[in-house]
Ligand binder design. Structure first.
Ligand code: FES
Length: 99
C-alpha cells in the first residue's frame, strides 16, 4: 500500500439560498461531472469530491486541488479539460504526489 497522497480535486457545490452567488448555483455540480469525465478520458486516477463552501462564494465555482495545489476560481464545466491541462502544467509534483 502506498502512503503517497492521491491527487484530489475538491469542487464546491454549495448553494447559498438568498445570497448573491454560490458555486452550486453557478454550475458546480456540472463542473464536478465534467471533471470526472475528462480525468477518466485522460486516464488520470485523481479523486474528485464535492464539498461545501470554500469561502470564496462570489468567485465560484471554486476548485481546490490537494495536496498543496491551487484554489481556482470561476471554473466551469465548459472549460473542464483546460482546467486539467493547467493543473498538469502548474501543480507542483515534488511534494509526494503521484503522477
Ligand atoms: S459557495 Fe462555493 S465557495 Fe462559497
Amino acid at each position: 500500500m502506498s502512503d503517497t497522497p492521491e491527487p484530489t480535486l475538491m469542487i464546491c457545490t454549495h448553494r447559498r439560498l438568498g445570497a448573491a452567488g454560490s458555486c452550486g448555483a453557478g454550475g458546480g455540480e456540472a463542473l464536478s461531472d465534467a471533471l470526472r469525465r475528462d480525468l477518466a478520458a485522460r486516464g488520470l486516477g485523481w479523486n474528485v469530491t464535492e464539498i461545501g463552501c470554500l469561502g470564496h462564494c462570489l468567485h465560484g465555482p471554486n476548485v481546490k486541488a490537494a495536496p498543496n495545489g491551487p484554489l481556482l476560481h470561476h471554473c466551469s464545466a465548459e472549460h473542464s479539460d483546460a482546467l486539467i491541462e493547467r493543473l498538469l502544467a502548474e501543480w507542483p509534483k515534488s511534494e509526494g504526489m503521484k503522477d
